[in-house]
Design a protein around this ligand. Structure first.
Ligand SMILES: [Zn+2]
Ligand SMILES: [Zn+2]
Length: 400
């Protein structure tokens, strides 16, 4: 009996031997392969930079105060925003945003300040913002909120809207699959430091192959009272967190609502601490001819040759004598840090993305904060962040 057991043991050892020695014939069907040709990169010059806020609550959200839509729009005009999305809580109106926020007589889009259609999808499993160039049937998304992700995702697809994961690591974090979202709120409110886990989740999703746009949103609920009698216990918030803290820049093909939503989906997006702060731009020169070929949000096939990357700060608020720190993240890990002065606010580096398999690069820029006199206490909370870019992507599968 004993000898038979020993023999069986020897036989088993013989069976598992080759795989222990790395001679397994197993082939992982998900190993990186050469991708089919990717769509060409869109023009780097045919477009317009537009800035806005993608997470703002008006009086149609029950816990907001002194924030009528008229007030939000006139304020946004006054600080030079190009677009805004008022995202009231849908649960306060049982999903019927169409007859509340959108039907408000003050809800009017203008060429100089485009007003997106949207709402904060407010569910048991957390919050997500919807962005759309057109009115859509939000009620359907509200009704499906407690169903399985696959059902929710199908409704979202049918509606043709952009869905974005809100404050992904905080209270009411987005608790659904990231397979059905187009963007993630990586910078919620002026308080930059609380976003560290949101950034970690973003990097995790990017590393797993999801081409997911990072965006900002102030989540402002409270405006300044017009009279002392209107003041609420939350009114002081307007001094440290209000519209534009932070500000999301999009490189839109043209000045239309659809172009703003498309730019958000495609990732030609960067986020700045406030509407006056410098804008971070991130480009790549694929053939080293000195001319940039792609920008943040763009995805191309890696050639195995070195690529030159350029980070630049743009805008009147760039301080000539200040030093800015550029931190490059590659595939979720710190890659390198560069410094630049405001006088020549450009940093360049060269790296070779893998010819097979995915690679992404994104940057954050730190430095002196830009005064935002209307929201004077926001600057301290945003420090040391100036802005962040979306990634430049190599070999990301559009059919992921
Ligand atoms: Zn929320
Ligand atoms: Zn909110």
């Amino acid at each position: 009996m004993r000898s038979r057991i020993v023999a069986a043991g020897l036989f088993l050892a013989g069976c598992i031997g080759p795989s222990l020695l790395g001679q397994s014939s197993h082939i992982n069907p998900w190993e990186p392969v050469n991708l089919a040709p990717l769509p060409p990169i869109a023009s780097l010059s045919g477009g317009v930079w537009m800035k806005g806020d993608l997470h703002v609550h008006s009086r149609h959200s029950k816990e907001s105060s002194n924030n009528s839509i008229g007030k939000i729009l006139s304020y946004s005009h006054s600080v030079g925003l190009d677009y805004i999305c008022i995202t009231d809580h849908d649960n306060h109106v049982l999903g019927d945003v169409e007859h509340h926020t959108w039907a408000d007589p003050e809800f009017k889009s203008e060429d100089s300040l485009l007003l997106l259609y949207g709402a904060e999808w407010t569910t048991t499993r957390g919050h997500g913002n919807v962005f759309s160039a057109h009115p859509y049937d939000h009620q359907r998304l509200y009704d499906v909120r407690d169903q399985r992700d696959i059902v929710v995702g199908a409704v979202k697809k049918e509606l043709g809207v952009h869905l974005s994961a809100n404050h992904p690591s905080g209270k009411d974090h987005f608790g659904y699959s990231y397979d059905m979202v187009d963007s993630i709120e990586v910078w919620n409110s002026a308080l930059w430091s609380k976003n560290a886990n949101a950034i970690m989740i973003w990097d995790d999703m990017l590393s797993s192959g999801r081409k997911l746009t990072g965006r900002g949103g102030s989540d402002a609920h409270h405006g300044l009272p017009d009279t002392p009698e209107q003041a609420t216990k939350n009114s002081p918030q307007a001094k440290y967190n209000y519209i534009g803290t932070p500000t999301t820049w999009v490189f839109a093909k043209e000045r239309t609502r659809q172009s703003v939503v498309d730019a958000l989906t495609n990732g030609r997006v960067s986020v700045s601490a406030n509407p006056y702060a410098p804008r971070v731009e991130f480009y790549a020169d694929l053939d080293q001819d000195g001319k940039m070929d792609m920008m943040m949000g763009d995805n191309t096939k890696a050639t195995g040759k070195p690529v030159k990357f350029r980070v630049q700060l743009t805008g009147k608020a760039v301080l000539a004598d200040a030093t800015y720190t550029v931190k490059v993240v590659k595939d979720g890990n710190p890659y390198n840090t560069y410094t630049m002065t405001g006088r020549a606010a450009v940093a360049e580096f060269t790296d070779t993305p893998l010819e097979k398999g995915r690679t992404y690069y994104r940057v954050t820029v730190e430095g002196p904060s830009t005064p935002y006199p209307q929201v004077p206490d926001s600057m301290k909370l945003s420090e040391p962040m100036v802005g962040l870019s979306n990634p430049i992507y190599f070999n990301f599968d559009p059919n992921f």
